[in-house]
Design a protein around this ligand. Structure first.
Ligand SMILES: C[S@@+](CC[C@H](N)C(=O)[O-])C[C@H]1O[C@@H](n2cnc3c(N)ncnc32)[C@H](O)[C@@H]1O
Length: 245
């Protein structure tokens, strides 16, 4: 993992360069394809917290870590906080967000979803991919730290269980269309930079029985009004209304 900084409680970071890890790159391709099935191809797509890998269908991206925004290719990238989006209501038909809800304190996650809902047009799609907590993840991560394959732990706020994701979507005024578990025990091989790891892709595909990610697809529930006032983010605003990100 690269540099990271805390911005108003959010862990902003420079994630790993996906292309340097052949199996990881293949997993991103797989996730891109799964997400693409739900993207509204006739509309505008926003990706939240895209890190160093924006979905190929994203038109616009928001990212808290400034250097990631500078690197972004083929999208309009903005350095901003996903808890307070610089876009008008109903501006997008699809909002994608991968592995970012666990980068803010649990109390702020509702604000993230409320913002996603605000900028989504009626009938739009919210597509989330979040890491799932579990024994296997904990064990392999501890091992990776011990072996020096992971340099810094930026997951201090904790991952979201399938129920957490589902509960947040309900509370955020979304109707869940699909909840899917993804993950293979071969996931730790994705840390490797060796070309040989790409050969594990087909086995990775065939061994999807570990809870490592949750893919959730949702749409704004009609007639439900959800606001952010009173959220942790709102309370932390400085008197001038300025935020750090
Ligand atoms: C684990 S990385 C995931 C990046 C990318 N979505 C991916 O899957 O490769 C989490 C990203 O969320 C960004 N981030 C964290 N908090 C954020 C916030 N409040 N608003 C926007 N981006 C945020 C971080 O800077 C980091 O790039």
């Amino acid at each position: 993992m690269g540099e990271s900084e805390i911005l108003d409680g959010a862990i902003a970071e420079r994630p790993r360069e996906v292309a340097e890890h052949p199996l990881l790159a293949a997993i991103y391709d797989r996730h891109d394809a799964l997400i693409r099935r739900h993207v509204r191809s006739d509309g505008r797509t926003l990706e939240l917290a895209f890190g160093r890998h924006a979905h190929p269908d994203a038109d616009v991206g928001v990212e808290a870590f400034h250097e990631n925004s500078l690197d972004a290719r083929d999208i309009e990238a903005t350095t901003a906080d996903a808890r307070s989006l610089p876009f008008a209501d109903d501006a997008f038909d699809t909002v994608v967000g991968r592995r970012f809800l666990h980068h803010v304190p649990p109390a702020d996650r509702r604000a993230m979803l409320a913002e996603a809902r605000r900028v989504l047009a009626p009938g739009g799609r919210l597509i989330l991919l979040e890491g799932t907590p579990g024994l296997y993840r904990r064990f392999t991560k501890a091992l990776a730290f011990r072996l020096g394959a992971l340099g810094e732990d930026t997951d201090e706020y904790g991952h979201l269980s399938v129920d957490d994701v589902s509960g947040l979507l309900d509370a955020g005024g979304f109707e869940t269309l699909e909840l899917r578990r993804l993950g293979s025990p071969l996931m730790p091989l994705s840390l490797s930079k060796g070309e040989w790891s790409a050969r594990a892709v087909s086995l990775y595909e065939r061994t999807q029985f570990v809870r490592w990610w949750t893919l959730a697809v949702a749409t704004p529930a009609p007639g439900v009004e959800v606001g952010t006032p009173g959220s942790a983010v709102e309370k932390r605003r400085s008197p001038s209304g300025q935020r750090h990100v």
